[in-house]
Design a protein around this ligand. Structure first.
Ligand code: HEM
Ligand code: 2DC
Length: 469
């Protein structure tokens, strides 16, 4: 017999007491580890309430399949209230990230064609490849300057710039010039604001922002300042393209970028376009750069694997004879490495949906409207789901191991990551260029773990050494 919702194990009766304990355990920065512990304590399904945040949590791929089958026509994620509160406070429109219902769907359908369709890859790849080449040239220059034929550094700032340059070149069809020696202080400020925005979101996930706003708390003020910085810079970039589009009328010969394409298409209002392009720009920095940093860290720890990947890239380069799209089809192990990185170091600790219909998971009845979360971090480390989960093994994604609802780093279905194609191409091209040019090594043995700052980030600087191959 199916058991009722009230019998799902877990601590969900006293949200405020739970929030207090969560805070004592430094849960704001340990969410992923606490989730793992909860699965150990309660089993593959548990119910939870922290402050005002109520959810049911699951871990098995087969249960994920049930969850996503019940996501309905208008899939809805957790409402991140600090983000919606900011927009309401400043009277700014929601973009595709925050919209819901029919408004979300109609915007998303149009954005899909311009941002995530395979057809657009043809346009994106040459732009992204150029940024990859410039990154490599920049590193060569840095290596020359040290006079030691190597460069040892914390690459995170370099990767933030690489990611912002990449996503901007696709969105605006032109370069910001962040791979040059001179750093535009405005771009640097934008990057810092995104990091601050993520960091200040997590403590507010569990406390209604209205409460924080009233008490004039520092975290809310910092959050507003961060979003202000993000929107101001994005507004300037968008204005710049908008003006240019009006100046040189006539159809451009080369691909003009996502923003200009959307403006010329004239199917979304300018305000809707601005809102979503701002989200794309802000969503495109920390996500790919941190995933690349983790990948370099893993390559440094696995030198043999690194050589295998280098060989795959060399063969793909030779076989594809200058055709980059062809080349990207011949690097399955590089793609496996990126999946492996997202398995062990997912950007998103969990995926969530408010389910549109009643479902049964692990023999418990779960009513429609419940927020159900798939613990992505926990699933990636579960020995029943992945054989020897602690091992970084890109080849597991080529072999017979089943992949059924296991590769979910970008989410699933119509509400999955809109930037997915951009992110994948950008990261694959980056790795191609790095592997062709440098050997990546790490210093002493340092175990790096994750901290939750809304997205998972390394808990200490990752210091790597790059040497010309
Ligand atoms: C949504 C992951 C890069 C823009 C998401 C979601 C995940 C995710 C898990 C939620 C999906 C769901 O609920 O099913 C990642 C990862 C990235 C990455 C792992 C890189 C390694 C990017 C980039 C952009 C971007 C580069 C922008 C160019 C977005 C947007 C949404 C989203 C706009 C909201 C889509 C919607 O609600 O319709 N991402 N992302 N992401 N991402 Fe990404
Ligand atoms: C964080 O419990 C943990 O892609 C919470 O590019 C549940 C939750 C809800 C929404 C998730 C968030 C988590 C992690 C970061 C995500 C976000 C949806 C989109 C966002 C996954 C799992 C991200 C990083 C976007 C950010 C876009 C930008 C404009 C802020």
């Amino acid at each position: 017999v199916v058991r009722p919702f009230n019998e799902v194990p877990g601590l969900w009766k006293n949200g405020w007491a739970n929030l207090y304990n969560f805070w004592k355990l430094d849960g704001f920065r340990n969410l992923h580890r606490l989730t793992l512990q909860n699965f150990n304590t309660f089993g593959p399904i548990y119910r939870e309430k922290i402050g005002s945040y109520e959810s049911v949590n699951i871990i098995h791929p087969e249960d994920a399949a049930i969850l996503f089958k019940a996501e309905g026509h208008y899939p809805k994620r957790l409402k991140v209230e600090p983000w919606t509160s900011y927009r309401d406070y400043r009277n700014r429109k929601y973009g595709v990230l925050l919209k819901n219902g029919e408004d979300w769907r109609s915007n998303r359908v149009i954005l899909n064609k311009e941002v995530i369709s395979l057809k657009m890859l043809e346009n994106f790849v040459p732009l992204l490849d150029e940024v990859g080449q410039d990154f490599v040239a920049r590193v060569h220059k840095k290596i020359k300057r040290t006079g030691q034929n190597k460069w040892t550094t914390d690459l995170s700032q370099e990767l933030f710039k690489y990611a912002l340059e990449s996503v901007s070149s696709v969105l605006y069809g032109e370069r910001l010039g962040l791979m040059l020696d001179y750093i535009d202080p405005e771009a640097q400020h934008f990057i810092d604001c995104i990091t601050l925005m993520f960091k200040t979101t997590s403590p507010m996930l569990y406390i209604p922002p209205a409460l924080l706003k009233q008490t004039g708390s520092k975290v809310w003020r910092d959050h507003v300042e961060a979003w202000d910085g993000i929107f101001n810079h994005a507004d300037r970039c968008i204005q710049n393209i908008y003006k240019k589009l009006h100046q040189d009328a006539g159809t451009p010969k080369k691909y003009p970028g996502v923003l200009a394409s959307l403006l010329m298409l004239d199917k979304l209002s300018i305000e809707d376009i601005k809102a979503s392009v701002t989200e794309l720009m802000a969503g495109g920095v920390d996500t790919t750069s941190i995933t690349l940093l983790w990948t370099l860290y893993e390559l440094a720890r696995h030198p043999n694997l690194q050589e295998e990947l280098r060989a795959e890239v060399a063969a793909a380069r030779a076989e594809s004879q200058g055709d980059l799209l062809e080349m990207l089809k011949r690097i399955p192990l590089v793609k496996g490495a990126l999946k492996e990185t997202l398995r062990l170091h997912p950007v998103a600790v969990n995926l969530q949906r408010y389910i549109a219909e009643d479902i049964i998971i692990q023999n418990y009845h779960i009513p429609a409207g419940t927020l159900v979360q798939l613990g992505l971090y926990a699933m990636g480390r579960h020995p029943k789901v992945f054989f020897r989960p602690e091992q970084y093994q890109p080849s597991r994604w080529l072999r017979t191991e089943t992949h059924y609802f296991r590769s979910l780093g970008f989410g699933f279905g119509p509400r999955q990551c809109l930037g997915r194609r951009i992110a994948e191409a950008e990261m694959q091209l980056f790795l191609i260029h790095i592997l062709e040019n440098f050997r990546v090594e790490k210093q002493q043995h340092v175990e790096v773990e994750s901290t939750f700052e809304l997205i998972l980030v390394p808990d200490k600087p990752i210091i790597l050494t790059l040497k010309p191959v």
